[in-house]
Write a protein of this length. Structure first.
Length: 51
């Protein structure tokens, strides 16, 4: 069971998280994404607070 969870987490990181980070290399790019209303992994409240 733990091995399956580890594989699932690894898969998510490799296939979703890392590619997302590669497209956001600067804080300016991240800020622009948030200003467009997109906030992967954040709530709307967090997005507004961080901006």
């Amino acid at each position: 069971m733990a091995q399956q969870a580890a594989e699932e987490i690894s898969n998510i990181i490799c296939n979703k998280v890392i590619p997302e980070f590669e497209g956001l290399k600067t804080t300016t790019e991240l800020s622009a994404l948030w200003r467009q209303g997109s906030c992967p992994g954040l709530t709307e409240r967090q997005r507004k607070e961080y901006l």
